[in-house]
Design a protein around this ligand. Structure first.
Ligand code: CP
Ligand code: NVA
Length: 300
């Protein structure tokens, strides 16, 4: 049976641990000459822009011995009204997997339900699970453990925040989010994590979240597709910037994470993003290793 990766919870804890171990091996150069996916083709179907996701998948797929076929979904017949269902059925006859970045999460659910090949979520409005994989590896590398590490996510309760909540459920990371009222993460994702025993709190006070944190994490205030909301949102997010004042509340050895791209001077200052405590470039690198491990696991 094919396995999809639409949200982080498509992995069990054991599968996640195996994936992290494999990603670390790949990062260390183990099996660097083996090509487990030789002769395969993976579609990269994007209708939002991307630097990290696109290039890390494209490079990783090549390193695994397969070819990546990148296409903007507007250039498919999908862009002229062909259904997601027909697209899924036809592409399943050519490809061995699809990574898709799009708006509505229901689109990738429909794609997955109608495909016989694995579908990987390269970001939707609701989830960014590939980012969460790299984030988890980065936390374990930098902090030497996951269980009980205190992460403060300060900013918009968006796709990245939703996937971090699922990461907290799978790993035991102790997650405190500070979001302006009305910009909390998805209620169902939060409720499910709490019911599953995750340690997740949602506050409206950035200082309360940052105090004694091991990690300060943020993301843009305006996600792709929300460009019309710029002025209204910026006002709501005053006080939610990660800057030296918030950093001074965290533990002295706290690290700073951001999925990137950053809007410097908005959700985070240059000073913090470029500081020695910032691990954002290592975090971006880990996209490559974790996604290679993911594709090895999913693509047959
Ligand atoms: N973090 C992330 O997904 O970056 P891109 O939008 O550049 O792919
Ligand atoms: N929340 C951001 C993440 C970009 C990687 C967005 O959806 O635009």
């Amino acid at each position: 049976m094919k396995k999809d990766f639409l949200t982080l919870l498509d992995l069990t804890r054991d599968e996640l641990n195996a994936l992290l171990k494999r990603a670390s091996e790949l990062k260390a150069g183990k099996d660097s000459s083996s090509c487990p996916l030789i002769g395969k083709s993976i579609g990269l179907l994007f209708n939002k822009t991307s630097t990290r996701t696109r290039i890390s998948f494209q490079t990783g797929i090549y390193q695994l011995g397969a070819q990546a076929i990148y296409i903007n979904t507007n250039d498919l017949q999908l862009g002229r009204g062909e259904t997601v269902e027909d697209t899924a059925k036809v592409l399943s006859r050519y490809l061995h997997g699809i990574v898709i970045r799009t708006y509505e999460h229901s689109t990738i659910e429909k794609l997955a339900a109608n495909s016989t090949i694995p579908i990987v979520n390269g970001l939707t409005d609701l989830h960014h699970p590939c980012q969460a994989l790299a984030d988890i590896l980065t936390v374990s590398e930098k902090k030497g453990r996951l269980q009980g590490v205190r992460m403060a996510y300060i900013g918009d309760g968006n796709n990245v925040a939703n996937s971090l909540i699922e990461a907290a459920l799978l790993t035991g990371i102790d997650l405190v989010l500070a979001c302006p009222q009305g910009y909390e993460p998805d209620g169902r994702i939060y409720e499910r994590a709490i019911a599953g025993g995750a340690k997740v709190k949602i506050l409206t006070d950035p200082s309360g979240a940052a105090r004694d944190a091991d990690i300060l994490y943020t993301d843009v205030w305006i996600s792709m597709g929300q460009e019309k909301e710029v002025e209204r949102k910026k006002k709501k997010f005053e006080g939610f910037q990660i800057n030296s004042r918030l950093m001074s509340l965290a533990k002295p050895d706290a690290i700073v994470m951001h999925c990137l791209p950053a809007h410097r001077g908005e959700e985070i200052t240059d000073e913090v993003l470029d500081s020695r405590q910032s691990v954002v470039i290592d975090q971006a690198e880990n996209r490559l290793h974790t996604q290679k491990a993911l594709l090895e696991m999913l693509v047959k």
